[in-house]
Write a protein that binds this ligand. Structure first.
Ligand code: UD1
Length: 440
């Protein structure tokens, strides 16, 4: 396992190019199961572990893939005999549950291990199951697997919000299943995240009529049971840029800039972040596909809640917390999507940050000086929070378990170095030797 060693204190300056969206690409990779012809995707963040893992799962499901260095991936179903996605792979990645909908639509059966993913609190899949049942599938949980069968899916009206609001992957999963149903499906209480729009865009590129994506009511025209060649032809699709990676580099610029320009992004997808930054005194210049942020030494404290899109995204909660440590007073963060997603909080304390949790609220007393520390990444976005804190902490920070970060940020150390940060990737053994020396 690698670590990041960060020498804090360098001002970041220059430009960083954002990669294709991880959460946009993953469901689309699984949607290739629906297609008879070859699917070609551009701008796929191929360096990410979650992308590699998805391609391996798809391989077991009879999808051959070819990955080019420029980020294009072509996929072709060559064998539709298998309907089982195994524990070993699925348990490592939440998005693999998105094989459920396409397998049901195309092969009439899906046996998918209950998914894993980031350790950010309880993550049930009851809404996914409810959606499949509403389309006529019989679903049971046996030995840790979701077993879903449907000789015939029927279009239906499905309400997909739960106690925590709409479900992003659940919406995408049911959309993909609905493609193989007889008759139209209406998803009410749908998630309206840009990643849902990307899935809808891909389905449209395959020739499926989808309307209402980006709102809470999505209509999908069923194509009937997809059997035989020629149902859904060859298609090509561009994965949009990653709005969470965009936001992370904007926050890095706010914490440690200088002046940082994030290139190749869609600024309107980060409106909630830009609005918050304006409120707390961070200036951001908005271009057509760029965001330029100037660093600050302090920010105005704020009370902010993470909510479904278009509100402030839960995936930027950790990186935001690193910035709020520079507040001139007390900031409050409530995560209403994942109320327990505060693993980074205790690690931030190692830097000297004054942060604590009371019930579902994180309390950040800004202004405490941050000093470099050995910290442990616990999940993807918590890792980004720790890296951002390390950029401004005085001295050396070692962020352990960087494999979490590699799931969702392409070559982050190279991108940060390009901005002038001192960040290196080291194998863990090197660091253990250092630790031994310190203990002696
Ligand atoms: C996706 C993103 C993740 C992001 C999250 C919320 C991917 C691969 N991951 O995860 O990065 O943080 O959206 O924006 O795209 N819930 C239920 N029952 C369900 C499903 C979800 O109660 O069947 C709850 C969840 O526990 C959570 C809330 O609904 O509290 C939202 O979860 P959901 O939108 O489903 O998250 P994911 O799609 O898994």
């Amino acid at each position: 396992m690698d670590i990041f060693r960060i020498h804090g204190g360098n001002r970041l300056n220059g430009s960083v190019k954002v990669s294709g969206s991880k959460n946009g690409a993953l469901p689309i990779l699984f949607a290739s199961l629906l297609c008879d012809g070859e699917v070609t995707l551009q701008n796929v963040p191929i360096a990410l572990r979650d992308i590699g893992m998805s391609l391996r799962i798809l391989e077991t499901l009879g999808v051959e893939s070819e990955v080019a260095e420029d980020g294009s991936v072509s996929l072709q179903v060559t064998d539709s005999g298998n309907t089982r996605a195994d524990y070993k792979q699925v348990s490592q990645m939440r998005a693999s549950i998105c094989s459920l909908g396409p397998l049901l639509a195309r092969r009439g059966e899906a046996i998918v291990s209950l998914p894993g993913g980031c350790n950010i609190g309880d993550r049930p899949i009851d809404l996914h199951i409810h959606g499949m049942e509403a389309l006529g599938a019989k679903v049971t949980i046996e030995n840790g697997y979701v077993m879903a069968r449907a000789s015939h899916l029927r279009g239906s009206t499905v309400y997909l919000s739960g106690p925590m609001g709409p479900t992003v992957l659940g919406t995408q999963n049911v959309m993909m299943a609905a493609v193989g149903a007889d008759g139209d499906t209406v998803i009410e209480g749908a998630a309206c995240e840009p990643e849902v729009r990307a899935t809808a865009g891909f389905l449209r590129a395959m020739g499926v009529k989808v309307e209402g994506d980006g709102t809470h009511e999505i209509h999908i025209e069923g194509q009937g049971r997809l059997e035989g060649a020629g149902c859904l032809g060859a298609t090509s699709f561009d994965v949009p840029p990653d709005r969470i990676e965009t936001g992370t580099y904007v926050l890095a610029g706010a914490i440690a800039g200088g002046e940082v320009t994030v290139e190749g992004c869609i600024p309107s997808e980060n409106s909630a972040l830009l609005n918050l930054l304006e409120r707390i005194g961070v200036s951001v210049e908005v271009g057509e596909k760029t965001l330029t942020v100037r660093g600050v030494d302090t920010v105005t404290p704020v009370d902010v809640s993470m909510l479904p899109y278009p509100a402030f995204p839960t995936d930027l909660q950790g990186p935001l917390m690193a910035l709020l440590c520079r507040g001139t007073g007390v900031s409050l963060i409530t995560d209403k999507v994942f109320p327990d997603r505060f693993n980074h909080l205790s690690e931030l304390r190692r830097f000297g940050a004054k942060v604590r949790k009371e019930g579902p609220i994180a309390i950040i007393e800004g202004g405490a000086p941050l000093s470099g520390a050995k910290v442990m990444a616990s999940d993807l976005r918590a890792s980004a929070c720790l890296v951002l804190a390390g950029l401004v902490a005085d001295g050396i920070t070692d962020v352990n378990r960087i494999y979490h970060l590699d799931r969702g940020y392409e070559r982050m150390e190279e991108k940060l170095r390009g901005l002038g940060a001192e960040v290196e990737r080291l194998p863990e053994q090197v660091v253990e030797q250092d630790l031994d020396l310190e203990l002696v």
